[in-house]
Design a protein around this ligand. Structure first.
Ligand code: TYD
Ligand code: MG
Length: 456
């Protein structure tokens, strides 16, 4: 028998923390003015949908018996999307795709569904655009329309009811912020709604082995709107990166239960939708015909693919008591740390200079291999001394002024050689052990001072 009663709780819209009384600041995450009142119906654990079993009665199994059932990866027809998903789409997986408005989430998923429609049955649920708008877009993208199923609905119960009837193998929900469940009284987009609707969709996906894509909006701060709980509930989280000014779009896997994280997929937005960029190194490099100061090319390895990117720095005399440190595509604190290392171990002071660092092409560098490139770019700009155009660098810089090795040194050097680079400054342990890379002169650095030699 199920017992249910209503009660009022106060939920933080930023982190999802619940409390029994209202306060101006969330006691959990510290956000101000984020607490909203919500009425929830509490039912006994047995009848609560979230606690009901995933698929029948549970039994204990041996791991060895389970391993045999390998998950099957289906190609989405878009190799760059397959790459970030971990070699294709797994049925039963729930994938959250986040990104700024207008960056191309709906476009990408419509294109992916059209390609998946060749092998699997699909359903596109739109809560934001009208059916007419979606079909206009599909037409403009030149997608085949006959296999596409559309639904304009925001009530999760109705979506799941129709899904049970039609049994699509892949569902896109665009977007999760517009979806609501009638079991809760709060407005769509409220934390409790997001969490409950997602929980219901995840449960449906697991029970029926359906793949579900959830489109998620991003707040001004650049994180997914709604609490981080959404990220914990789904199998894969993908983020669109890229500046709105450029036509290039990068998708990064932040979390993936079926593949590697930090894998990048690169696209270009064209008048006929998103096109794949199969040779991304070429687009992030703005090759200057003549050497310019403040520009350094590095080889990053976000995910499993080495990528050449240009790091630019501008160092300019500051008239502020607190000189500016601005980064684009790089962590701000990392720059502050590198400037301190440059001062302490290189004897080069920047306390009276504004320092701006930009990673060209809107790509975001998360790995420490960019350290050496940032330091050299800063120094090159400060001294107004350009580095050779055929030089690449990579390496982590430690607080003691040591240059530390990074993973995948060989691969990085090969990628640079492939693009015609002739010289590389790399950590000592990253130099090829046997033989050499054809056409590449390799300078190894153990300490920061060794690396700074090239700008003497
Ligand atoms: P959209 O997929 O609607 O973004 P999201 O769902 O992430 O909000 O993308 C809309 C943007 O993409 C819009 O600014 C126009 C641009 N666009 C193109 O440049 N070419 C196209 O073929 C399409 C469909 C959109
Ligand atoms: Mg959209």
């Amino acid at each position: 028998m199920s017992v249910s009663k209503s009660k009022t709780v106060y939920v933080c819209n930023a982190c999802g923390a619940q409390s029994t009384k209202w306060s101006g600041q969330c006691f959990d995450c510290g956000a101000w003015n984020s607490i909203a009142e919500e009425t929830v119906t509490v039912s006994s654990a047995k009848s609560h949908p979230r606690f009901s079993g995933y698929a029948g009665d549970s039994v204990i199994q041996r791991l060895a018996d389970v391993v045999g059932q390998q998950e099957l990866h289906t190609s989405t027809g878009i190799p760059e999307l397959d790459r970030v998903l971990g070699n294709g789409l797994v049925l039963g997986a729930v994938i959250l795709i986040g990104g700024d408005p207008g960056i191309g989430k709906s476009t990408l998923l419509l294109q992916a569904l059209a390609a998946l429609g060749e092998q699997l049955s699909t359903l596109y649920v739109t809560g934001e655009e009208s059916l007419h708008q979606v079909s206009m877009r599909a037409q403009r993208l030149g997608l085949s329309l006959d296999k596409q199923c559309l639904l304009a609905e925001t009530r999760v119960e109705r979506i799941l009811e129709l899904a049970r009837q039609e049994q699509p193998q892949v569902i896109v929900i665009d977007s999760i912020q517009t979806i609501y469940t009638e079991t809760l009284q709060s407005a769509p987009g409220a934390v409790a709604q997001l969490r409950e609707s997602t929980a219901m969709l995840v449960r449906y996906a697991k029970q029926t082995n359906t793949a579900i894509f959830l489109v998620g909006h991003v707040t001004k701060e650049g994180t997914l709107a709604g609490p981080r709980v959404l990220e914990h509930m789904v199998d894969t989280v993908l983020y669109f990166e890229g500046d709105s000014g450029s036509s290039f779009r990068v998708i990064r896997a932040i979390k993936n239960r079926f593949g590697a994280v930090n894998e990048l997929g690169v696209f270009a937005m064209t008048d006929r939708g998103l096109r794949e960029v199969s040779n991304p190194s070429a687009i992030f490099l703005s090759r200057h015909p003549d050497p310019v100061s403040g520009s350094v090319v590095m080889v990053t390895r976000e995910g499993s693919r080495p990528l050449l990117v240009e790091v630019q720095a501008l160092v300019d005399e500051s008239h502020l008591s607190n000189p500016r440190r601005v980064t684009l595509g790089l962590e701000h604190n990392r720059l502050a740390m590198l400037l301190a290392v440059l001062h302490r171990h290189g004897g080069i002071a920047t306390y009276d200079q504004d320092v701006f660092v930009n990673v060209v092409g809107g790509v975001r560098l998360t790995e420490t291999a960019a350290d050496l490139a940032v330091i050299l770019a800063v120094l090159s700009s400060l001294r107004n001394r350009p580095l050779a155009v055929d030089l690449v660098v990579f390496g982590e810089v430690g607080l003691a002024g040591e240059i530390r090795p990074v993973p995948g040194g060989q691969e990085r050097l090969k990628e640079a050689a492939k693009h015609g680079f002739k010289r590389a400054v790399v950590p000592k342990t990253n130099a090829p052990k046997r033989g050499s890379i054809e056409g590449m002169e390799i300078v190894t650095a153990e300490r920061l001072a060794d690396a700074l030699e090239i700008l003497r």
